[in-house]
Ligand binder design. Structure first.
Ligand SMILES: [Zn+2]
Length: 477
């Protein structure tokens, strides 16, 4: 949910978990960490007899409610599709730009390509296993009474049971996911990408799980409260999901990022002066460039823009500062492209509309699934299991569309960096450095590309720079 645009899709174990995702810097859950869980339904103790759902016979009133929600869903869905189609930069270079085919072999040696492929093979398995885990657990939660049965053992007022339900299900799934995280981290270490020890890795991960669970608990408390009070709860739920998305993305840089990294203003010097001068030339008001102490976690190179309005900031990993100054300038020029086009704000607005869409869909789907899961209504605290499962599936399902849009937005930021610096040779050198240091996937297969690629691949980005050079009559690197 929190929107952020970085320079490079760094191999991250935990992209965009369920609700808001402050987990990103710390590699929270494996690839799709949509806060989901299931449980081993161990039948010791005193399993509560399954409470039969008490489905009141559906009346004309219910049908009318559902029709209204259905109409709203279709209208909002069409609006989102239209906004996404109209605002996504499907083509970033002017018409007539000579096409250049991406070709990894032109810029990377056979050994470099082999190393990228080996790293990709080593990380794919834990990543796919984690995705499968998420989908299977979420499937169990939405299609069987297992989750409701587990949560039926909780006691206390409804709000406490909602909170405990989130904690219990999160604990179960994260316990199962933990070994996959260890596996992934071990591969990062084997390849020299991680600089963490297990204590700091565990602390990061627990922090990120805690933050995600807290945000999820707040969301579900509000949702369950609404369903207990308002018959047409999809209306305030959709509005609330939209507002929550905006608020989370706005406060993300000042509330969540500092939990994982320290940020210091870049020290005065030629680099800082050049970067600020470039921002001014670009017409983007930037007061400072912040340096994140990413080296305490990783050797990967990155930079990003987060927040919008008063919280917008450009952050550069401290690992990047070892690169030649001209390359750092190119990375920042890319980030200025995001800032200038307000990519974080637009992404957040579309994400907020998507969250609202999800809330309405929830209303409609809930009626179909509650009998299957043995939950009487969305106001039943045991519905938390079903709600978490649905959220998680929605997160996984919306990933490919988000990535598709993101890749085009990233290409636009690349084109902006080239327009601003008119230096495709340094752009290509920078892309090679990023790809080699971060061991990027130089030839992602179509499934990986659709599921995970938030950025074009390095060979695609380099090919675009060559096309830009031809178009602009600058010597082709
Ligand atoms: Zn970017």
């Amino acid at each position: 949910m929190s929107e952020r645009h970085d320079a490079e899709g760094v191999a991250q174990e935990g992209e965009e978990a369920g609700a808001a995702s402050p987990s990103r810097p710390s590699s929270g859950g494996l690839v799709h960490g949509g806060g989901v869980a299931t449980h081993e339904d161990d039948q010791r103790g005193h399993p509560e007899p399954p409470r039969p759902a008490s489905p009141a016979p559906e009346g004309e009133g219910d049908r009318r409610l559902r029709r209204q929600a259905g109409v709203a869903l279709v209208l909002l869905g069409a609006a989102i599709a239209a906004v996404a189609a109209l605002t996504t930069p499907w083509r970033v270079l002017a018409e007539g730009a000579p096409p250049v085919a991406p070709d990894a072999a032109r810029d990377f040696t056979a050994a470099q390509i082999a190393r990228s492929a080996a790293f990709d093979a080593a990380t794919s398995l834990p990543a796919y296993l984690s995705l499968a885990l998420t989908v299977v657990f979420a499937g169990l939660l939405v299609a069987t009474p297992l989750g409701a049965r587990l949560l039926g053992r909780l006691r206390g007022p409804w709000w406490l049971r909602v909170i405990l339900g989130v904690v219990a299900l999160t604990a179960v799934v994260e316990a199962v996911r933990w070994p996959l995280g260890v596996w992934f981290e071990t591969v990062l270490r084997d390849y020299g990408l991680s600089t963490q020890d297990w204590a700091s890795w565990s602390a990061d991960r627990l922090k990120s799980i805690g933050v995600n669970a807290a945000l999820l608990a707040v969301m579900l408390l509000v949702l369950v409260a609404l369903t207990r009070k308002v018959r047409r709860w999809w209306i305030p739920a959709a509005a609330g999901a939209f507002a929550f998305t905006l608020a989370a993305s706005f406060v993300y840089p000042v509330v969540f990022e500092p939990l994982f990294n320290d940020f210091t203003p870049m020290r005065g010097g030629a680099l800082r002066a050049n970067l600020l001068a470039m921002a001014e030339r670009d017409g983007v008001p930037v007061e400072d460039v912040l340096i994140a102490d990413a080296s305490r976690r990783t050797t990967a190179l990155n930079a990003y823009v987060s927040g919008f309005g008063a919280t917008r900031r450009i952050v550069v990993y401290d690992t990047l500062l070892k690169a030649p100054q001209t390359e750092v300038e190119l990375v920042v020029a890319h980030e200025l492209g995001h800032a200038k086009k307000n990519d974080v704000l637009y992404g957040t607005l579309v994400g907020g509309l998507g969250a609202g869409f999800g809330a309405i869909l929830l209303f409609l789907v809930f009626g179909l699934l509650r009998r299957r899961t043995g939950v009487a209504s969305a106001g039943d605290p045991r519905a938390v299991a079903l709600l978490m499962g649905l959220l998680s599936l929605a997160t996984v399902a919306s990933g490919p569309a988000q990535n598709l849009i993101s890749r085009h937005v990233e290409a636009r930021a690349d084109a902006h960096a080239l327009d601003l610096t008119r230096d495709p040779a340094t752009f290509v050198a920078m892309q090679k450095r990023l790809a080699l240091t971060n061991i990027s996937d130089l030839s992602p297969d179509p499934v990986e590309y659709v599921l995970y690629a938030s950025h074009p691949s390095a060979p695609e980005r380099i090919a675009m720079a060559r096309s830009w050079a031809k178009l602009n009559g600058v010597p082709e690197p």
